[in-house]
Design a protein around this ligand. Structure first.
Ligand code: BG6
Length: 460
């Protein structure tokens, strides 16, 4: 039997921009996603934009009832900055009422809300001023955080500042999957730096807030980095990839400082961001209480193919490597490697003070999932049950060896809209039918996990 502790948090994760809908209702101002869809709808899969998410703004009670039915005891979502502060200053009372009702509904049903502040959804008014590239964005975010802690701190006891901060840096400034889709590593580094500083400032506001008896953390996507071989050049490639993609964020939020080696690397290539005197202390004084870890697949790297610096900065140090033994999710193309969750857990134990953490996202995206619908309308997602089992076995192994993990959340509860991919890949425990007024229907995996939660484990 694979067992978990009685107080283990079982849940699912989502975000405001991917579920709420009501994109411009009750005073909410547009985010980058709302505007980007208006400007270039053809970039979004099947032309589906952020208005067509899961309609949670109107259907949250139904969702909470389904969570209860599934025996979940926790749920993570985010607050929309553009809904709470449509112009960055004045508090939108309708938004406050909506979130209070929503969170209270969860609590009354025995579901602990874990609330995140930023999930890729920069308000448009701030993006127009330069977004995270500007130093002003830090104070704007800290003010937003302070407002939210004041409004909801009495009922929310687990907060996170950012979801996968690496992603808006990488996809927005080293790739083209997020707005403003520029490729410029100098700007990317500045954006990453400001994001980390905004995170630390928000932690600081929480610690100085009226209701500071809860915990605050951050959600990072910590893909373990594996080299192709033990050859010194491949190991070096993995080491530098880990430094840039993982330790830049992880060391700073847990230890309170940037890895010295990373500073030297950026210095050598004249890539150091603009910093101010007081920043160092802000990082040092505002480390996290816990971590959320999103894990989907590892990064496998080898020595760089050719010298690409400076046009493509990270690829100057490593190139992608396709592991011949890898198991693939045939419906999404991503690698399935459950051992990665064990390696992460042990790394946090051994190198990061055995910090308290939880799996804040893990999941299996499936395209055209309607092909697995049976006659009674249930998606028979045995592939997702296998995925869950394999990852839970590895997670339990890490816990039994002392890793301090307190919960497991799957991405996601109800199939949700996913940025440029819209509904291409479905991840939910519940299927959504966009043609039929956002109707929710259960998948087999929801029944399987419910049993696991009720019994605190499952037979091997
Ligand atoms: C996670 C993000 O990394 O991946 C989510 O936090 C996203 O916001 C999820 O929806 C799935 O991504 P995709 O590309 O498969 O739709």
């Amino acid at each position: 039997m694979i067992t978990f502790s009685k107080d283990f948090l079982w849940g699912a994760a989502a975000s405001a921009p991917q579920t709420e809908g009501a994109a411009l209702v009750d005073g909410k101002s547009p985010t980058v996603w709302d505007k980007w869809f208006e400007l270039e709808p053809e970039l979004f899969y099947e032309g589906v934009g952020p208005e067509q998410t899961s309609n949670t703004y109107y259907q949250y009670k139904e969702d909470v009832a389904l969570m209860k039915k599934m025996a979940l005891n926790s749920y993570r979502t985010s607050i929309s900055w553009a809904r709470i502060l449509p112009d960055g200053r004045a508090v939108n009372v309708k938004a406050v009422q909506f979130y209070r009702d929503y969170f209270q509904e969860m609590k009354s049903n025995g579901i602990e809300p874990i609330i995140n502040l930023f999930h890729f959804d920069m308000p448009w008014w701030l993006m127009e001023k330069g977004g995270w590239e500007t130093r002003e964005s830090i104070e704007a975010f800290a003010f937003y955080a302070q407002v939210v802690f004041e409004q909801f701190g009495d009922i929310i006891k687990k907060w996170t500042t950012f979801n996968e901060p690496l992603v808006h840096v990488e996809c927005g400034y080293l790739g083209e999957a997020h707005y403003p889709k520029v490729v410029d590593f100098t700007r990317a580094i500045q954006v990453g730096y400001h994001t980390l500083l905004a995170h630390a400032m928000a932690v600081n506001r929480y610690k100085n807030s009226k209701y500071n008896d809860g915990e605050i953390g951050i959600i990072l996507n910590l893909s373990p980095v594996y080299p192709k071989s033990t050859h010194v050049e491949d190991k070096k490639a993995a080491h530098i990839t880990d430094l840039i993609y993982i330790r830049s964020f992880l060391d700073t939020v847990v230890h309170g400082y940037f890895p010295e080696e990373l500073i030297q690397l950026f210095k050598t290539h004249q890539l150091l961001p603009k910093v101010e005197e007081e920043d160092k202390e802000i990082f040092q004084r505002n480390i996290v209480d816990f971590l959320g870890v999103n894990y989907y697949q590892p990064l496998r790297v080898q020595r760089p193919k050719k010298e690409q610096f400076p046009a493509q900065f990270p690829s100057a140090f490593a190139s992608h490597y396709d592991w011949p033994n890898k198991k693939i999710n045939p419906y999404r193309g991503w690698e399935i490697y459950p051992e990665g969750i064990y390696d992460l857990g042990m790394r946090l134990k051994n190198e990061y003070k055995n910090i308290s953490w939880y799996v804040s996202e893990n999941g299996m995206g499936v395209s055209e999932e309607e092909r697995f619908l049976d006659e009674s309308g249930v998606v028979q997602d045995s592939y997702r049950i296998d995925f869950l089992k394999e990852h839970l076995i590895m997670l339990q192994k890490a816990i039994s060896e002392g890793s301090n993990c307190f919960g497991y959340h799957m991405w996601t509860f109800v199939d949700c809209w996913s940025w440029l991919n819209a509904y291409k890949n479905r991840y939910g425990f519940y299927r959504i039918d966009l043609e039929n007024q956002f109707k929710r229907s259960e998948k087999a995996s929801s029944l399987w996990l419910k049993q696991v939660i009720v019994e605190n484990g499952f037979p091997m």
